[in-house]
Design a protein around this ligand. Structure first.
Ligand code: HEC
Length: 170
């Protein structure tokens, strides 16, 4: 029995060493982002700061990686959050999306930050500055609302909002 446990221990150690050689591709795409949200809507310095510290690591084309991204399997775990986050909302690939998408994501931004579902808890455990103050939240909500207002002025409301009963909540 002891021998079996020892073998398993060694195998785990070897596996842990081996996976250190495999790293997911980093989310770094420097240079101009032609479809960034700021290319159409104004983003004040205050709002930019809030987005940068609390949202952009998972919702943009450039992530600031922490040192522990060098350790596996942590890098895989972080990468999954980034890929999932970017798939739903990418502030660097925004203005090329349909008006309805743009409208909905701003509505959700207000909703999810209010409910403290965004930024993710696993993020704010480490990035304490991503815990937004009431003042910062208000700034973010006013900004999101101003984008919704701009869209409402440009497109008829039924092209922005789904008609009929709301979709079931996840
Ligand atoms: C640590 C990564 C991370 C951070 C930081 C983060 N998000 Fe997210 N976000 C995700 C992931 C993953 C998803 C997709 C899965 C989900 O809905 O939970 C997501 C989804 C979303 C969605 C779409 C929800 C939907 O149902 O489609 C919105 C809107 C959003 N985030 C807004 C924000 C805002 C605003 C911030 C900053 C205040 C933020 N997120 C910070 C990871 C993150």
């Amino acid at each position: 029995m002891k021998k079996v446990l020892k073998t398993i221990g060694w195998l785990l150690l070897i596996a842990l060493v081996a996976i250190q050689f495999f790293h997911p591709k980093k989310n770094i795409h420097e240079g101009d982002q032609p479809n960034a949200i700021s290319k159409k809507y104004s983003v004040s310095a205050d709002v930019k700061l809030i987005l940068n510290k609390a949202c952009m690591d998972c919702h943009s084309n450039n992530t600031r990686y922490p040192w522990y991204n060098n350790i596996q399997p942590v890098a895989w775990w972080l990468n999954n959050h980034i890929l999932d986050g970017k798939k739903e909302l990418n502030f660097d690939e925004y203005i090329d999306k349909r008006p309805r998408f743009q409208y909905r994501r701003m509505e959700q931004t207000i909703d999810l930050v209010k409910k403290e579902e965004m930024p993710l808890d696993s993020y704010t455990w480490i990035h304490k500055d991503a815990i937004l103050s009431e003042e910062e939240k208000t700034k973010l909500f006013n900004w999101a609302q101003s984008i919704m207002d701009t869209l409402k002025a440009q497109y008829p409301i039924d092209s922005l909002k789904r008609q009929g009963p709301p979709p079931p909540q996840k």
